[in-house]
Ligand binder design. Structure first.
Ligand code: 13P
Length: 251
């Protein structure tokens, strides 16, 4: 059966020293709780190796926030999937709306990134989600379906089964405006149906689908109580150990 997962996405926050301290705090806090979910922190590239050195991988997973769509070579400033893996990280967020919106990432480049992540034993946390206009004009289900089909549906069932999906409505990210638990459930159940139509019910039932967008300790319980919401991808509330743990313990 699918896993529950709570993953932090630190985005472009914390210096190296602040990041190592935050990772140590989360790692320490996890010693005192019996977490009912897998817990992951996705941190800036510069922090990966240092954070890996201070966490217990049995309790806390580590991921990057992106990787390149090429394996190596003359791509100044890019970080490849093998480089990420060589730090000890085992997850990578791909297709975050901020990458799509500000850095022009398309389904074509994301397809390459997913392939390279999988080839390097990284678990992609693949993000999908509609913008406000699409929510309001009623096209949100179709938009998310297309994002999944375009980037992921050339994968074999075996490879698709290695993914974690994260539904992040763009209008809820960093805005304090959370999707209601019913809105999240509607979309998550729809996504599971899209997966079932392509790969069958077993693959769909085994896929973890996380919710992201202004998730915090006060709303996590209600969101996670929904049958198709398997955890969260957490931005702002992951930047303090206490609020992050408040979400981890919502399961
Ligand atoms: P916030 O939790 O800050 O809204 O960010 C969500 C997000 O984008 C996680 O990837």
């Amino acid at each position: 059966m699918r896993k529950n997962v709570v993953a932090g996405n630190w985005k472009m926050n914390t210096t190296l020293q602040e990041g190592v301290k935050l990772a140590e705090d989360v790692n320490e806090a996890l010693k005192n709780v019996d977490a009912k979910c897998d817990v992951v922190i996705c941190v800036p590239f510069t922090h990966l190796a240092s954070v890996n050195a201070v966490i217990d991988p049995a309790k806390l997973g580590l991921g990057a926030e992106n990787c390149a769509d090429h394996v190596k070579g003359a791509y100044t400033g890019e970080i490849s999937a093998p480089m990420v893996a060589s730090t000890g990280a085992t997850y990578v967020i791909l297709g975050h709306s901020e990458r799509r919106q500000y850095y022009g990432e398309t389904s074509e480049t994301l397809k390459e990134k997913v392939n390279l992540a999988l080839a390097n034993n990284l678990t992609p946390i693949f993000c999908i989600g509609e913008v406000l206009e699409q929510r309001e004009n009623g096209s949100y289900l179709e938009v998310v379906k297309s994002q999944i089909e375009e980037a992921l549906f050339e994968l074999s069932a075996e490879d698709f089964s290695k993914l974690i999906l994260a539904y992040e409505p763009v209008w809820a990210i960093g805005t304090g405006k959370t999707a209601t638990d019913d809105q999240a459930q509607e979309m998550h159940a729809f996504i599971r149906g899209v997966i079932a139509d392509k790969y069958g019910k077993e693959v769909a039932d085994n896929t973890s689908i996380l919710y992201g967008g202004s998730c915090k300790p006060s709303n996590a319980k209600a969101l996670f109580a929904k049958p198709d919401v398997d955890g969260g991808l957490i931005g702002g509330a992951a930047l303090e150990a206490e609020s992050f743990m408040g979400i981890v313990t919502a399961f």
